[in-house]
Design a protein around this ligand. Structure first.
Ligand code: URA
Length: 440
C-alpha cells in the first residue's frame, strides 16, 4: 500500500477500506507519512466526505493510536463531557464541580484553545499554581479522594488526533463532520469514562453554523459512542452569541466562580444546570435529566459545587484563595472601552446580534489565544461584554471592554469587537432558546 494510491482513491470519490485508513493513521502517527501527504488526504476526505463506516474506522484507528485510560479502579459510572468548541464557553468549570458534588465521578481530560475558540486547560492555567499535567496514578488517586480531576490530554491518549488536528488547523480542514467526530470521539473513547455528554455548539460562534450540520454531527458522535458501548448523549446548544459576558482565560474563570456562587449570567447558569442534569442522569444518580438538574440546583444553592471547585484547585496545586480574591488572578496592564456609537451610528437602539466568531477572534488577537501554535498566552487578556443581545443601548454607552497587557494588540482587536455588534432600532426577535435539541 502507498499514500499516493490512497490519496487518489479518496480524491476520486472512492470508499477507503479499514486497512487503508489504518495505514494512514499509523504511518502519520509514527512519522513515516509526511505532512504534505497527510494534508492532501485530509483535504480529499474534506471535499469527498467519509461515510459512516469510514468515519467509524477513522475514529477506531485514532483511538488505537495510543493508550486507553483504565478507570476501572474508580467505583461508579464515570461521566465525561465535551464541547465541540464555543466562544466564552466556560461550562466545564461549572458543570464538572456540579456533577461531582452530586456524586458522579468526573475524570475529565480537556484541551487547549483552538483557533477562535478557547480551551479549558488554558483557562485553568490562569489560576496561579494550577497543574494540568498530572501523572496517571495521581489522576486516579485524586478522583478517588475528591471525585473530580480536570487534566490536559496526555500525549499517550489518541496521539494521532494531536498530529492530525494541528495539520487540520492550518489546512482549512477543521469544519468537517466526520473529521470532528473522529477527533473528539477517538479521545473520548480512549479516556476511559463510561458515559459521555456532548455539547454540540451551533451558530456563528461554532464550527457548525446551522442546525442541519450540527444535527448530523451530534447523531454521528452519538452513533460512534453507542457502537463503542458507551452511553452517549448530545445536546445541540446555541452559539450565535458568546456564552456569558466574558471571553479570555482569567475573565472566564472568574465568571465560572461567580456562577458557582449563584451570581453568574443567566445563560451560563442555565446551560450548566442542564448539562449537569444530563451528566447526573448519565451517571445514574438520577432517573431523569430533569431530576438530575434539580440535584444540580441544590448543589449550587447550598455551596457544595463551589466547595468542590475549591477542592479541585487545591488538589491540583492551585491557589484556592482566588475564589475569594479575584486580584490573585493575572491582572491586565491596560483596558480599552468600546462604545456603541463606534460600533454603528444611531441615537438609541437595541443590540440585535453579537457575532461570536468575531468576538472569539478579537479575544485571540488581544493575547488570550494563540495565533501560532507555540505563542505564549496573556492570561489576563480578553473581553467583557457589557451588552448582550436584546439589551437596549444609547449611543454614548460602552458595549464592551478589552483587557490585556499589550495596548497595540487591544487597539488591533477593537475593530473586530465593533463589527461583531449589530445595533438596530427595533428589538430582536426572542433569541433566548439555549438548548436547541437533544440526541440520545
Ligand atoms: N474539538 C476537537 O477536539 N476536535 C475537533 O475536530 C473540533 C473540536
Amino acid at each position: 500500500m502507498n499514500m499516493p494510491d490512497v490519496i487518489q482513491k479518496k480524491r476520486d470519490g472512492g470508499e477507503l477500506s479499514r486497512a487503508e485508513i489504518d495505514f494512514f493513521v499509523q504511518g502519520f502517527t509514527a512519522g513515516t507519512i509526511p505532512d504534505y501527504q497527510a494534508a492532501a488526504l485530509l483535504m480529499a476526505m474534506f471535499l469527498r466526505k467519509l461515510n459512516l463506516e469510514e468515519t467509524y474506522h477513522l475514529t477506531e484507528a485514532m483511538r488505537l493510536s495510543g493508550e486507553s485510560a483504565d478507570l476501572s479502579a474508580i467505583p461508579g459510572i464515570k461521566v465525561d463531557k465535551h464541547s465541540t468548541g464555543g466562544v466564552g464557553d466556560k461550562t466545564t468549570l461549572v458543570v464538572a464541580p456540579l456533577a461531582a458534588a452530586c456524586g458522579v465521578p468526573i475524570a475529565k481530560m480537556s484541551g487547549r484553545g483552538l483557533g477562535f475558540t478557547g480551551g479549558t486547560i488554558d483557562k485553568l492555567e490562569a489560576i496561579p499554581g494550577f497543574q494540568t499535567a498530572v501523572a496517571p496514578t495521581d489522576f486516579l488517586d485524586q478522583i478517588g479522594r475528591i471525585g473530580l480531576a480536570v487534566v490536559g490530554q496526555t500525549a499517550r491518549i489518541a496521539p494521532a488526533d494531536k498530529k492530525i488536528y494541528v495539520l487540520r488547523d492550518v489546512t482549512a480542514t477543521v469544519d468537517d463532520i466526520s473529521l470532528i467526530t473522529a477527533s473528539i470521539m477517538s479521545k473520548k473513547l480512549a479516556s476511559g469514562s463510561d458515559a459521555i455528554v456532548l455539547d454540540v455548539k451551533c451558530g456563528k460562534g461554532a464550527f457548525m453554523e446551522d442546525m442541519e450540520s450540527a444535527g448530523q454531527l451530534a447523531r454521528m458522535m452519538v452513533d460512534m459512542g453507542r457502537q463503542a458501548g458507551k452511553k452517549t448523549i448530545a445536546l445541540i446548544t446555541d452559539a450565535n452569541q458568546p456564552l456569558g459576558q466574558t471571553v479570555g482565560n482569567s475573565l472566564e474563570v472568574i465568571e465560572a466562580i461567580e456562577t458557582l456562587k449563584g451570581a453568574g449570567p443567566a445563560d451560563i447558569t442555565e446551560l450548566s444546570l442542564v448539562l449537569a442534569g444530563y451528566m447526573i442522569y448519565a451517571g445514574e444518580k438520577a432517573d431523569t435529566p430533569e431530576a438530575g438538574r434539580k440535584m444540580a440546583e441544590a448543589a449550587l444553592a447550598d455551596g457544595r459545587a463551589l466547595a468542590k471547585l475549591r477542592q479541585l484547585i487545591t488538589a491540583q496545586g492551585g491557589d484556592p484563595a482566588v475564589i475569594d480574591d479575584y486580584s490573585r488572578f493575572p491582572q491586565p496592564a491596560n483596558c480599552l472601552h468600546i462604545y456603541a456609537s463606534s460600533a454603528q451610528p444611531f441615537s438609541a437602539a437595541y443590540v440585535t446580534a453579537i457575532n461570536a466568531r468575531r468576538i472569539g477572534l478579537a479575544s485571540q488577537h488581544s493575547g488570550a489565544g494563540r495565533i501560532q501554535k507555540d505563542d505564549p498566552l496573556d492570561l489576563s487578556a480578553g473581553i467583557r461584554l457589557l451588552k448582550k443581545v436584546g439589551d437596549p443601548v444609547k449611543a454614548d454607552a460602552a458595549i464592551a471592554v478589552l483587557y490585556g497587557n499589550d495596548i497595540a494588540k487591544l487597539e488591533a482587536a477593537a475593530g473586530e469587537v465593533r463589527t461583531a455588534f449589530t445595533i438596530e432600532t427595533a428589538p430582536p426577535k426572542d433569541s433566548s432558546l439555549l438548548i436547541l435539541d437533544v440526541i440520545e
